[in-house]
Design a protein around this ligand. Structure first.
Ligand code: CP3
Length: 318
């Protein structure tokens, strides 16, 4: 999950040498090194490529910068008219990183590529910053659906291109992050969440039929089952807002669940995190399942806690 690196001293060491976050993302040598760090340290089963969902706005002509302590700032857009076609040239480093990581990793480990979903990218681009409320975006979704549809359609095309290129470069799995799906007005879920995801997934699968795709429609609550049915995802990643067991009841066993240890617990209380992890493993017994955090790991997390949890999962027997 996002910010995977910041709790690792070896990440901070490399990060220091590259004050501008986006140029860090576009630096193959450094990005490959930090992608490999959790594998070297913990022997994780998959490497999440070091990048960010905001490389797409950057590659369609929207100014993006990361301000220390304030999060991302973007040039706020008002409609699709100012957006450019995705510059694959700009994103070439991402594909180089994937290629190199795939070469470095042993064959039984997976490379996970990713992109933000249209709505979540629209949130950052329309409001121009993070913060979690995105009032301008929500207002546009309600008051000017056709303008919103134009932005989402443009993003959909860019995301599809970016995901197909990542698969072509060697990504084994792709994840679509719709971190702010829970903010979509209910009546607009089809237009802004389900339909775009369905078309993106279908387009990727047309080129790479066997490639698994995981969705992360965070905070969608009563919409998870519909998300799985309507979009055709192979996996559903869940945040800390729900328990896996309750969602599992409404989701087909063909869909792999992923999640959802609370990163706050992991950072603050190793014992409680171990207990919670046992609960998750028990609840997911007999299901196809990927253990993960419910959201981004917190910078003040002790690496030893991660080590402990990983070992416990490896040794766990029902
Ligand atoms: O797991 C990983 O770290 C892999 C790479 C990854 C990053 N971002 C690197 C990153 C992934 C998968 C993301 C996804 C991402 N980025 C999402 C979707 C997942 C989610 O968290 O819901 C979102 C919403 C973003 C946008 C973003 N990027 C935010 C809001 C921030 C925080 C800015 C801040 O100052 O706290 C980032 C920065 C970011 N992305 C960091 C990393 C490692 C931290 C940058 C640093 O080192 O200072």
């Amino acid at each position: 999950m996002r910010q995977a690196g910041r709790y690792l001293p070896e990440y901070r060491e490399i990060r220091k040498t590259c004050p501008d976050f986006l140029s860090f993302c576009y630096n193959p040598e450094k990005a490959v090194a930090v992608t490999m760090q959790p594998i070297s340290r913990f022997d994780m089963d998959a490497a999440v490529i070091f990048s960010d969902i905001l490389v797409i706005p950057d590659a369609i002509g929207v100014e993006v910068c990361f301000v220390a302590g304030e999060g991302p700032k973007l040039q706020a857009i008002e409609d699709a008219g100012t957006l450019q076609k995705l510059s694959s040239e700009k994103l070439t480093p991402v594909y180089t990183i994937i290629r190199q990581v795939r070469e470095l990793l042993s064959p039984e480990k997976a490379v996970i590529g990713f992109a933000g979903a249209p709505w979540t990218l629209a949130c950052y681009m329309i409001d121009g910053e993070g913060g979690g409320e995105f009032p301008k975006t929500r207002d546009m979704a309600k008051s000017d659906p056709s303008r919103m549809a134009g932005i989402v359609a443009h993003l959909e095309e860019a995301i599809t291109t970016h995901l197909i290129a990542q698969a072509g470069a060697g990504a084994d799995v792709l994840q679509l992050f719709d971190s702010w799906a829970g903010l979509v007005p209910k009546e607009a879920r089809d237009a802004l969440v389900y339909e775009p995801a369905k078309r993106i997934i279908a387009a990727v699968k047309q080129k790479f039929p066997a490639l698994p795709i995981i969705g992360f429609p965070r905070n969608l609550m009563d919409g998870y089952a519909a998300y799985v049915e309507k979009t055709g995802v192979d996996g559903l990643s869940l945040g800390t807002e729900v328990t896996l067991a309750e969602v599992a009841r409404e989701i087909s066993p063909d869909c792999v669940l992923q999640g959802n240890l609370d990163p706050i617990l992991l950072a603050s209380d190793a014992e409680a995190a171990l207990k919670e992890t046992t609960g998750i493993l028990r609840a997911m017994q007999g299901r196809r399942f990927i253990f993960n955090l419910g959201h981004g790991i917190l910078p003040h997390t002790t690496p030893a806690h991660v080590q402990k949890i990983s070992e416990m999962i490896r040794q766990w027997q029902p």
